[in-house]
Design a protein around this ligand. Structure first.
Ligand SMILES: [Zn+2]
Length: 412
């Protein structure tokens, strides 16, 4: 049988202690066989016995406001929390072309780091309107060869207290956004914004992904309202919350209670360590809190969680190499998770678990699924996280999309 690609000597996550490797044969962009020593015609690529995973999944990203550090006002007070104000001040400069160019540059770096699926949040507040949506629509189309992009429209700067603002969200949903988001913290009436988000999700039959429970006390957690609405609407498995800094302030017993509730309702949490850490504890001069929720503790109770990058090179997170693995390693370090099981779970939180949030039913290395494959210079998922590994090569629907040269040591 002719194949377009045979990826040979691949070590899969479930290989166990054996040294067994398999060949993965691809035709028409899909995995046709996973067996030792497949014979057949087709381009043969040697994975060298290294770990091979499915493409990584970014479940929470903001392409539209990435790479704007060079145009925002400098941070004047080191403990300042004016991230949104500094972004807001430059939104007038966001043209469709500008958003397209920055998003593209960021997305290319993500692809080089093994990302093949992404949910990107798009601001549709009045100063930008649908310019971001238009740009991302084009990016999604132009980069479909490398990444499946899911568009989530939301209002960053108020909703129920901004007359007419909702019209842009509705417009985005009419134009095909498959997720409705929100930032209730910046609304004069947060609970009312959450109600509107769910009402639109029902009207348009789309998923929900809300920024929430940032902050450093356990007061007024919005997750309970979100779980209630999810239950009432029967939207389990279609709702996610990004951040959850507050959960890092809960005692163990309450974390367990939360994990159980999330599991029952089918509400997922995306932890965003780079932003969460950069913005947390600004009120503290020393012993600064980290503000990163322990997602491992939540998944231990049956909840679904992911780790995601969120922001790149903007006032909310003035860093970013677009390596989702580096973010996961940083997360594990901060929440002090280091066993093989913990680190494997961390890898799952940038692959299988966010794939469930994005409702990718054909995700993973199995016969019949799209041949989205990444080769790592390690022998297990846990080792990818432990060593903050960079992927060696990646294939999207069987076509090679990147190759990384390994650094060479020149001995004397
Ligand atoms: Zn976000």
């Amino acid at each position: 049988m002719p194949f377009s690609l045979i990826l040979r000597n691949a070590r899969l996550a479930n290989a166990g202690d054996t040294n067994a490797t398999v060949d993965i044969a691809v035709a028409d962009g899909r995995i046709k066989a996973i067996e030792p020593r497949i014979s057949g015609e087709g381009e043969s690529v040697d994975a060298g016995g290294q770990f091979v995973s499915a493409g990584l999944v970014e479940s929470h990203f903001h392409l539209d406001k990435s790479r704007i550090l060079d145009r925002v006002a400098p941070l004047e007070d080191r403990r300042g929390t004016d991230y949104m104000k500094r972004v807001s001040a430059v939104k007038d400069s966001f043209t469709v072309e500008d958003i397209y160019a920055r998003s593209r540059e960021t997305l290319e770096q993500c692809i080089l780091n093994g990302v093949m699926h992404m949910r990107t949040h798009i601001e549709v507040d009045a100063p930008i309107g649908l310019r971001g949506f238009e740009a991302l629509e084009r990016v999604a189309k132009d980069y479909a060869w490398g990444v499946d992009l899911q568009l989530c429209v939301f209002l960053q700067e108020g909703w129920t207290d901004v007359p007419g603002a909702e019209a842009n969200v509705v417009q985005g949903l009419k134009r095909g956004a498959t997720v409705v988001g929100g930032a209730p913290r910046y609304d004069a009436n947060g609970p009312a914004q959450i109600e509107r988000i769910f009402a639109l999700a029902k009207d348009f039959d789309v998923d929900v992904d809300i920024h929430g429970d940032g902050g450093y006390t356990t007061d007024d957690m919005m997750i309970w309202q979100i779980c209630d609405l999810t239950d009432r609407m029967g939207w389990g498995g279609r709702v996610a919350l990004g951040h959850g800094n507050k959960y890092s302030c809960l005692p163990d017993a309450d974390v367990q209670k939360l994990g159980k509730r999330l599991a029952e309702s089918g509400v997922a949490i995306s932890v965003l360590p780079a932003t969460d850490m950069f913005t947390s504890g600004r009120h503290q001069e020393h012993s600064v809190m980290r503000g990163v929720a322990d997602a491992n503790a939540l998944i231990a109770q049956g909840a679904n969680c992911s780790i995601a990058t969120n922001n790149v090179l903007n006032p909310f997170t003035p860093y970013g190499d677009c390596s989702l693995v580096r973010i996961a390693t940083m997360y594990a370090n901060v929440v002090q998770r280091g066993t093989d099981k913990d680190l494997s779970d961390c890898f799952a939180m940038i692959s299988d678990r966010p794939a469930r949030i994005l409702r990718k039913n054909d995700y993973g290395i199995a016969v019949g699924n799209p041949a989205d494959l990444v080769v790592w210079p390690t022998n297990s998922p846990a080792q990818v996280i432990a060593t903050a590994a960079q992927p060696l090569m990646g294939f999207k629907r069987g076509r090679r999309v990147f190759t990384r040269e390994v650094a060479t040591l020149h001995r004397p």
